[in-house]
Write a protein that binds this ligand. Structure first.
Ligand code: TRP
Ligand code: SF4
Length: 335
């Protein structure tokens, strides 16, 4: 005890998780959890989700439990990892206020992740972004430091946020004393999985994702609609698997031998796309089967999920309280 490095990571509950999340981060989190070297805290970032969904609180609320179920179904084990709800940790909001003095508006505007996201959210923000959204890296710094997170496994897109957190920590420590722990980002990728339509990114807004919660029928339907080599019209047309999303997914879900055969037969015009897709759909269905079955169990027993969330949150509250004591003392706010 005490020897284990604390991991801090999490997701915004704006939708259910898909296989892009699975290969990009969940799989790695489960591995880290099971290595026994870490003490993982996994937050469901509902407050952060509201920064770009403030007009849709019901969606955020609903997805808190969905994301928790996705975690549990993938092998996040509440005996080993603490899953908690961000909004139930008031210290995070308090720290956000304290840290907001230590970061400039210009620095936030330069943050590449924030910059990209603002550009993507013109529909929501128009010409002027909210204070809350611009400042979410500050609240993310609070998420991490409230738990003295040492290791933050994230995707590449999150690196600028961790860098900003490290800057805040250094600034805080230089002014108030060495209290905060400077976290380290660890790339959790995993690879970024392309969408079924060939888009570089799999995403719910893009409609090109396979969800961990998808039924067998939904998986088959989506795979049947995947983008293939457009020059193949007849079954004996010679194809190029390199530009086919079905072949791309075979590489993720099928055996090496199967992949080799897919490529050879496709190139020689000996393989029909429909059969090729059916084979892939079956392999995806089988791979995700254990996840789907666990998911069903938790869906049927929501009280178990809620208990896990409440127990985790209670434990998290204790940790955040301890950090806050140190912070307030350092900031001369310990009245
Ligand atoms: N920003 C992350 C996302 O978009 C979620 C998140 C919130 C997070 N707080 C965090 C990730 C702290 C790692 C550490 O999914
Ligand atoms: Fe893609 Fe398979 Fe059709 Fe080749 S045979 S184009 S790999 S779906």
């Amino acid at each position: 005890m005490g020897e284990k490095k604390r991991i801090l990571t999490g997701d915004r509950p704006t939708g259910r998780l898909h296989i892009g999340h699975y290969f990009g981060s969940l799989k790695k989190r489960v591995e880290l959890q099971n290595s026994g070297l870490y003490e993982p805290y996994i937050l469901i970032a509902d407050v952060q989700a509201l920064t770009d969904n403030f007009n849709n609180p019901e969606k955020v609320r609903k997805n808190v439990r969905e994301v928790a179920i996705d975690y549990l179904s993938c092998g996040i084990d509440p005996e080993k990892s603490t899953i908690y709800i961000q909004s139930m940790i008031p210290e995070v909001a308090e720290l956000t206020v304290f840290y907001s003095n230590l970061v400039t508006i210009a620095r936030l505007q330069r943050n590449p992740t924030v910059k990209t996201e603002i550009a993507q959210k013109k529909d929501l923000f128009g010409e002027s972004v909210t204070y809350g959204f611009l400042g979410y890296p500050v609240s993310q710094a609070a998420d991490i430091t409230a738990f003295e997170g040492e290791v933050v496994p994230v995707g590449e897109d999150q690196l600028p946020l961790i860098e900003q957190c490290r800057e805040i920590v250094r600034k805080f420590n230089s002014i108030y004393g060495e209290v905060l722990v400077e976290p380290q980002a660890v790339l959790s990728s995993g690879k970024r999985i392309k969408g079924l339509d060939g888009n570089e990114k799999m995403g719910k807004s893009l409609g090109n994702a396979i969800y961990l919660s998808d039924s067998e029928e939904e998986i088959t339907k989506k795979v049947m609609g995947a983008v293939t080599d457009p020059s193949r019209i007849r079954k004996d047309d010679k194809g190029n698997p390199e530009i086919c999303m079905v072949s791309y997914y075979h590489n993720l879900f099928s055996t090496k031998e199967e992949c080799k055969i897919v490529c050879e037969e496709c190139r020689q015009g000996q393989r029909g796309c429909v059969a090729c897709k059916k084979q892939l759909a079956n392999n995806i269905i089988n791979t995700l089967k254990p996840i789907r079955e666990k998911r069903k169990y938790y869906e049927e027993n929501p009280e178990i999920v809620d208990k896990i969330l409440m127990d985790g949150t209670k434990k998290a509250q204790e940790v955040a309280k301890q950090t806050m004591k140190k912070v307030k003392k350092a900031m001369r706010l310990d009245y």
